[in-house]
Design a protein around this ligand. Sequence first.
Ligand SMILES: Nc1nc2c(c(=O)[nH]1)N[C@H]1C(S)=C(S)[C@@H](COP(=O)(O)O)O[C@H]1N2
Ligand SMILES: [Mo]
Length: 213
Amino acid sequence: MSKERYIAAKEKWAEKQKARGVTARATPSRDRLPPGQKLTTGFPVLDLGIQPKIPLAEWRLKLDGLVEEPVALTWTELNALPQVQDVSDFHCVTTWSKYDCRWGGVAFTTLYERVRPKPEARFVYFTSYDGYSTNVALEHCLDDDVLIATSFEGEPVSREHGGPARVIIPKLYAWKGAKFVSGITFLAEDKLGFWEVRGYSNTADPWTEDRYA
Ligand SMILES: Nc1nc2c(c(=O)[nH]1)N[C@H]1C(S)=C(S)[C@@H](COP(=O)(O)O)O[C@H]1N2
Ligand SMILES: [Mo]
């Protein structure tokens, strides 16, 4: 499917879901599977039809905006930062969830400390090598399970799953985690990302089925 048709189809799907009133349920589920989700054991791939190939020697992660120390980290520099692992569940807005994903990489808070955002910075805008973008309130990025992941289950993150580096924000629907991440910009005002301008929720909480704005 072409990129345009794929996006159009996904937008239409979102509209239909909204029309059917599945944006929220009266009683949120209290167990591990968020309401309206189905457990999968596989690992579906969702992208814009592009899986960019970035040679590691050319790869950069640019951190800029309202920060004291903007930086463009090389692959070597990213990997020289303290490394962490975290096991988390993955919830896609298209209703599949995957349990116990073991991600490894650099904690968002490590990058935060490195660039030292100014007090006015309250929002984060992520960009990617495939043209994708997404936005998240800074406070949600500062949970200790938010990672710039470079490994999955002990192996480098595959290209289809967003390698060499992708963002993981377990407490939000997975579209808030940019695959093929290339930039992290700290902003005073919120700026909507790729799916957010196309009707997806800005806050994206799986537990309240906060799917579409
Ligand atoms: N760069 C980029 N990041 C992205 C996407 C994308 O199309 N491009 N899709 C998002 C969506 S909708 C989901 S559900 C997850 C899917 O991750 P996966 O392909 O590893 O399952 O990545 C998110 N991050
Ligand atoms: Mo998704």
